[in-house]
Design a protein around this ligand. Structure first.
Ligand code: GLA
Length: 338
């Protein structure tokens, strides 16, 4: 009897450089896959998904095909795995072990990385966009949180050395080179989950704004200022100004204007804090501290908010006590021996 084929699959986490809470309104987002990720080593056999993880005791077993409600499974990573298998209609099982150096609850998309890894390990062979769409639907089924496509699309499609500019209406991407003469620094400040947070409220508030003025992607700030619902008006002001910051950020990156990048990060944070209400005093303090540090061009909270990480762009070596993340390749089956 021959040994079953050992399969290794890796997916990176991502840090969103700018373009926060724009994806589910059909806006622009500019995340970057990082050199932290999740790797699965597995063999395909049987009709059960059997997984262990460095991060959790015990093992998760899901019998395929999975047709139940994934959100009812415990622990939560079991619901993610079952949701991907259900989404792909998988019937062939695998047994494997997960390792990850993306902390959960940090806003660095550990769940999207896990879902992309499981999708590829289950034999998914479509395009990065299709993988992202499956993973996004699976995340909705597992968590009930109506997240956008930014995380999964970046993680599925990223190219080493680049950040991924995503047009969430067209579902098109442009890979923009990231110069190595700047450091992109990430600090993990506070654990959070989007389940049970005000994330879904923000999605509803943006939908209310859209029902007054049409797609926010096409709206001007003048139009937004005429929105009658004061909360919807503030949320829309963030989205419309943030879409412009993404365009300006991509332009500044292309011409290596690092002070401009820093100013855009600072303005993006102020907008999340004052108009979108997704920051916290602890995140504000962490951003303020970075902005006052020599060699830091600018910083902001990154990800869904209510905690998580801050990201800063700085001169090389300016920050010692932060992760200096490098732009990395997207989710992939690793060649044997990697
Ligand atoms: C989370 C969601 C994304 C996006 C961000 C906020 O990461 O998964 O779809 O909405 O929050 O920009």
């Amino acid at each position: 009897m021959t040994n079953p084929t050992v399969l290794s699959v890796h997916a990176p986490g991502r840090v969103n450089l700018i373009g926060e809470h724009t994806d589910y309104t059909g806006g622009l987002a500019f995340p970057m896959a990082i050199d932290r990720g999740t790797t699965l080593t597995a063999t395909r056999h049987g009709s059960d998904l059997v997984l262990t993880s460095d991060d959790a005791p015990g093992r998760v077993e899901v019998t395929l095909p999975f047709e139940g409600d994934p959100s009812s499974l415990e622990p939560q990573w079991a619901s993610f795995i079952a949701a991907v298998a259900a989404e792909l209609g998988s019937t062939e099982g695998l047994e494997g072990h997960l390792r990850s150096d993306i902390p959960a609850g940090a806003g660095l998309s550990s769940s999207a990385a896990l879902m992309c890894v499981i999708g590829l390990a289950l034999g998914f062979e479509g395009s990065p966009l299709e993988l992202a769409q499956h993973a996004r639907r699976a995340e909705h089924a597992a968590t009930g949180v109506p997240t956008g496509i930014m995380d999964q699309y970046c993680i599925a499609a990223a190219v080493a050395g680049h950040a991924t500019l995503i047009d969430c209406a067209e579902l098109s991407i442009e890979q923009v080179p990231v110069p190595d003469e700047i450091d992109i620094a990430v600090r993990f400040i506070a654990h959070r989950t989007l389940r049970g947070s005000s994330y879904s409220d923000r999605v509803d508030e943006c939908a209310r704004a859209t029902s007054e003025v049409g797609p926010l992607r096409a709206a001007t700030l003048d139009l937004v200022n005429a929105i009658t619902d004061p909360i919807a008006r503030k949320r829309a002001r963030h989205v419309v100004s943030e879409n412009q910051r993404v365009r300006d950020f991509a332009d500044a990156l292309r011409r290596a204007d690092y002070p401009a990048l820093g100013r855009l990060l600072r303005a993006g944070h102020a907008s999340l804090r004052d108009d979108f209400d997704t920051s916290t005093p602890q995140m504000d303090a962490a951003v303020d501290e970075l902005n006052a540090t020599d060699g830091v061009f600018g910083a902001r909270m990154t990800g869904g908010g209510f905690g998580g990480c801050v990201v800063a762009i700085c001169e090389p070596g300016a920050l010692q006590d932060a992760w200096i993340v490098t732009p990395s390749a997207g989710a992939r089956v690793l060649p044997p021996g990697d």
